[in-house]
Ligand binder design. Structure first.
Ligand code: HXC
Length: 257
């Protein structure tokens, strides 16, 4: 389907979603949300896709929710429009999602990155929750995910002050998976996404489900879920192929089923 606020490309088993509203530093308006969510759901259902990359421009991953679109709304109108609800579906994608972040990842943009499994950042990346300065708060998971990512005291300082942090600080706090020099971001993103997408799809989906369980459940329940996901993989062709390849000292050829 046609999209106006994002570009969608496939390279091998990797699908790239590029946020593309340069006039607004990729601010997340309703149309962009609908296009990202619908595209992500489609790619999640496509066996030819092993990993999804979400990225922006050099200057901005995304500068937050679209302030101009929501400025005049009442609470009732915000509820009615379900302005942010669909983002929950993006966070439910079963396949690995990689955020490739250059420049601003602020407010909803930071929250979108936090919904992804891996965050690869350029050394130019800047993260922050400026919402408090606008008289609001993060609204698509920011408060919940940042506490889980870095613990309450560090998270509270970021949310309550709106202080912007650079890539190095984000790295030291454990917010990002890895930081690379700006000039290497594209190549490294391509390499990382291709590596992940080439793995067995059932194993990737099981791994993400197990990782998610670590955020959602207690230890006992999480261990049970992990054990079940692990065990169930023994009925997949890819597990047989992966272990046969090891014994035969060759690379596996996964069939992704
Ligand atoms: C709408 C935005 C925008 C946003 C930037 N623009 N951010 N429009 N919503 N969030 C627009 C600007 O109005 C401007 O267009 C153009 O993009 C370029 O931005 P500039 O401000 O001129 O660029 P610069 O001086 O480089 O400053 C970059 C910036 C600043 C520091 C990122 O744009 C900024 O502070 N943006 C707002 C960041 C923010 O507060 N985000 C949180 C939003 S609330 P015009 O046409 O005016 O020149 C939020 C809540 C999430 O995210 C809750 C659930 C989703």
């Amino acid at each position: 389907p046609e999209t106006e606020t994002i570009r969608v490309e496939r390279r091998g088993r990797v699908a790239w979603i590029t946020l593309d509203r340069p006039e607004a530093l990729n601010a997340l308006n309703a149309q962009l949300m609908r296009e990202v969510v619908a595209t992500a759901k489609e790619l999640d259902a496509d066996d030819g896709v092993g990993a999804i990359v979400v990225t922006g421009s050099e200057k901005a991953f995304a500068a937050g929710a679209d302030i101009k679109e929501m400025a005049d709304k009442s609470a009732a109108e915000m509820r009615e429009a379900d302005h942010f609800g669909p983002w929950l579906e993006f966070a439910r994608v079963r396949k690995p999602v990689i955020a490739v972040v250059s420049g601003y990842a602020l407010g909803g943009g930071f929250e979108l990155a936090l919904m992804c499994d891996v965050i690869l950042a350029s050394d130019t990346a800047q993260f922050g929750f400026p919402e408090i300065g606008l008289g609001v708060i993060p609204g698509i998971g920011g408060t919940q995910r940042i506490v889980r990512a870095i613990g309450y005291p560090k998270a509270a300082e970021l949310v309550l002050t709106g202080r912007r942090i650079d890539a190095a600080e984000a790295d030291s706090l454990g917010i990002v998976s890895r930081v690379v020099p700006a000039a290497e971001l594209q190549a490294e993103a391509e390499r990382l996404a291709t590596e992940i997408a080439g793995r067995s799809l059932p194993a990737l989906v099981a791994a993400k489900a197990a990782l998610d369980a670590a955020l959602e459940t207690g230890l006992e329940a999480g261990l049970a879920l992990e054990a079940e996901q692990f065990t169930a993989l023994f009925d997949t062709e890819d597990q047989k192929e992966g272990m046969a390849a090891f014994r035969e000292k060759r690379q596996p050829e996964f069939r992704h089923r």
